[in-house]
Write a protein of this length. Structure first.
Length: 236
């Protein structure tokens, strides 16, 4: 690794938006550390883009601490790991699904940001949190995911307030409907339900969000993109 190469960490990098971010950043000259639970998939992507694959569960305190200790330098953290489970009404809420969504989306983002903060501050770095339109607009059946992504939005804003006078930039990117395996995971493998989410619609692709991340990361240090809402043309 060359000393002048900047290091980007992308969580949830084994597929979807995380993979797209890793590929876009690598193409723009970043050295990318891809982190996720699915190591085999990570290793394949890392080999293709000249990055490094690290198996990581962002819900595991000790694993995150070990990752940060072994990483060393970090110029960019893309907190992408997250997801939704179910579309239950509040009265029928599955508490385990809610715990998973909170632990992954909110606490996972917190763990990674806290662990890498010293390296990011030393590098005049950048944190990009991948939120969601669900963190801005509640919808029926989405209470658990809405709550989690509202949490990410609040944490992103507070981090920006707390560090505005420090050598760190903070950005929250909120995608709308993106055609990935997001809905397949939400519906726990039900391919028909997942297909219906996207069928007949103009959907964003993971690469669209990857390009947004690449652009934000390419800007000079005096420019901070606080928030960005990205929607397909037919979603309002």
């Amino acid at each position: 690794m060359k000393n002048n190469q900047k290091i980007a960490v992308v969580t949830g990098a084994s597929a979807g938006i995380g993979e797209a971010c890793a590929r876009a950043l690598a193409a723009d000259g970043w050295t990318v550390v891809l982190a996720a639970r699915r190591l085999e998939r990570l290793e394949k992507i890392a080999a293709e883009i000249g990055g490094r694959a690290v198996q990581l569960d962002v819900t595991d305190d000790q694993a995150v601490e070990k990752f940060a200790a072994e990483l060393g330098a970090c110029d960019l953290l893309v907190n992408n790991a997250g997801g939704a489970r179910g579309l239950d009404a509040i009265e029928d809420a599955n508490l385990e699904d809610w715990r998973w969504m909170y632990d992954t989306n909110v606490l996972g983002t917190l763990r990674m940001t806290k662990a890498l903060m010293p390296a990011l501050l030393e590098a005049n770095g950048l944190v990009i949190n991948i939120g969601s339109v669900a963190g801005r607009v509640p919808y029926v059946g989405g209470a658990g995911y809405n709550a989690a992504k509202h949490g990410v939005a609040a944490m992103s804003r507070v981090l920006r307030l707390e560090t505005h006078d420090k050598p760190l930039r903070v950005c929250e990117i909120d995608p709308g409907r993106v055609e990935t395996d997001f809905s397949l995971l939400r519906f726990k493998g039900d391919e028909e339900r997942a297909r219906q989410v996207y069928e007949g619609k103009l959907n964003l692709q993971a690469e669209d969000i990857g390009e947004a991340v690449r652009w934000v990361a390419s800007l000079p240090a005096h420019v901070n993109i606080d928030t960005m809402l990205i929607m397909p043309a037919d979603q309002v």
